[in-house]
Design a binder for this molecule. Sequence first.
Ligand SMILES: [Zn+2]
Length: 316
Amino acid sequence: MITNILSVSDCTDQTSLSDFSPSDKPWDIHASERDQVRNLYLESGHPYARRISDCSQWLDFALTSTDSDEVAFKLQSSKFCRVRHCPVCQWRRSLKWRAKFFQVLPQIREVYPTARFIFLTLTVKNCELADLRSQITIMNKAWDRMAKRKSFPALGWVRSLEVTKSKDGSAHPHFHCLLMVPAGYFDKSGGYLNQSEWSDLWQSALRINYTPIVDVRTVKSKPGVEGDGIAAAVCETLKYSVKPDDLVSGSDWLLGLTKQLHKTRAVAVGGVLKQYLADLEKEPDDLIHVDESSQSGEELGRLRFDWRYEKKQYTT
Ligand SMILES: [Zn+2]
């Protein structure tokens, strides 16, 4: 996102975005994945192929000066397909969600200054891809039951669904959850739950006869401290719902997922966090301005980069 002013003035034909701005390298990576996903849809004659073909084929950046005589690249316009499993769009969506979280975090901390966060992963047994949708319905209902229990300690929560592909081709759906708990939760009488107690609670909410695998971690977080654990936990919670490697692993898997996850909820928010983060449950209306950093420097110009399919790069 930041580069040197001199290198911009050296701009020649077909200079790549990642040469100008190494931190924008993810554009090339996700756009290559996007082409692979598009090709898989194309092979199967799925209508999403056409929509994805138009996605992010060009990027217009505004170049602004920074205090240290560098140039910041800020996306000004492009066109996104918004197909759920488009790797570019799911990346932008997750950046947008994260930015939203960090934008409201200071307000949350002002109202709940002593609250702490825990990061919880809840799993169920793997299922056939064809049964994924019904498995997700079961997990959602179980979550609702669990969140109503007296022993459920969270004041508020954010929950996302991730589905990974197992080696045997079955689906592994799981929830990543960020829970805000009262400071007293960690005291003897505060209702603290260890890993096996979380597992019991999840099992009873699921009404199943096996012990589900659960992982719980305390988020080490202090406002304003660098390396704040909350950032890592937010990034893990608000990431893609299907990892790119799995998306491009084959057309049967991609088409199955497309059908099974159609209109299922990727992110849910509850408790007192709902009033701050309800937007996370909706498709973001803007996938262009995904970082909240305000560039107040002088605008030096605009640069357009086009996607080069063969080179797998954005270049001028
Ligand atoms: Zn897209």
